[in-house]
Design a protein around this ligand. Structure first.
Ligand code: NAG
Length: 224
């Protein structure tokens, strides 16, 4: 009995590694508890690229990608600011804002965000179109045990969720690299051609854990 209980608990907590090609996470509820946790063993980033596709009808602010380290809850964050209608990229709690973008509701978008500690520059690629390059912070790596969440925005390391910043919608093709992807590589990702998969997070071998009501579904239903 005790062994069964223990095994049950292990199964409930265990992360799985899966090839999610052709799949998406569906976040069907507005809560401050529903999320997907992504696992990596990497602890030190002197550069970052995150790419993902997302679909939502939320006009309000919402999170797209939230990585917290013990010293910075917004270690690397991609966020839609609904009040000012801007996409934000935070690195180590400092943000750059990207306004007048073509971030429309009810359609899929490819969003890539890059940063490197040498230049301190961030750049946003929305559906393959590069933004202005803006400065957040240079000279210090994003360091310490990262907690990477989809669906909730962290105001502390692994917590402090605000239902009004949660994501209701779908996410797919999440990749993360510990270097800045070239424009050509980003274009390949956007066009769904052969690109180098993420070496930190790879959608085709994703180590993840779902908390509460998030579904893994097929992204497209093909008519034959
Ligand atoms: C969810 O929101 C409630 C009410 O604001 C808050 O008390 C709680 O701490 C939040 N939960 C998490 C996990 O952040």
């Amino acid at each position: 009995m005790r062994l069964l209980l223990l095994m049950g608990m292990l199964t409930a907590c265990a992360a799985v590694t899966q090839d999610l090609s052709g799949k998406m996470f569906t976040f069907p509820l507005e809560t401050n508890t529903t999320l997907v946790k992504l696992k990596t063993t990497k602890r030190d980033f002197n550069a970052v690229t995150v790419c993902q596709r997302s679909f939502t009808d939320l006009e309000r602010s919402h999170v797209l990608f939230s990585l917290a380290v013990p010293t910075f809850s917004n270690g690397f964050l991609v966020f839609w600011n609904g009040a000012d209608k801007e996409l934000l990229i935070f690195t180590q709690n400092i943000y750059a804002e990207f306004g007048k973008t073509d971030y429309k509701l009810n359609t899929w978008h490819s969003i890539c965000a890059t940063w490197d500690s040498t230049s301190g520059l961030v750049q946003l690629w929305l559906d393959g179109l590069p933004s202005v390059r803006k400065f957040t912070r240079s000279g210090s790596n994003i360091r310490g045990s990262p907690i990477i969440l989809l669906g909730q925005e962290q105001d502390s390391h692994g917590g402090g969720f605000d239902v009004k910043q949660s994501l209701v919608g779908m996410l797919s093709d999440v990749h993360m690299w510990d270097y800045v992807l070239s424009g050509c590589e980003i274009q390949k990702y956007v066009d769904e051609r052969n690109f180098t998969p993420g070496n930190v997070l790879n959608w085709a071998a994703l180590d993840y854990e779902i908390v509460e009501k998030v579904m893994v579904e097929n992204k497209a239903t093909l008519c034959t």
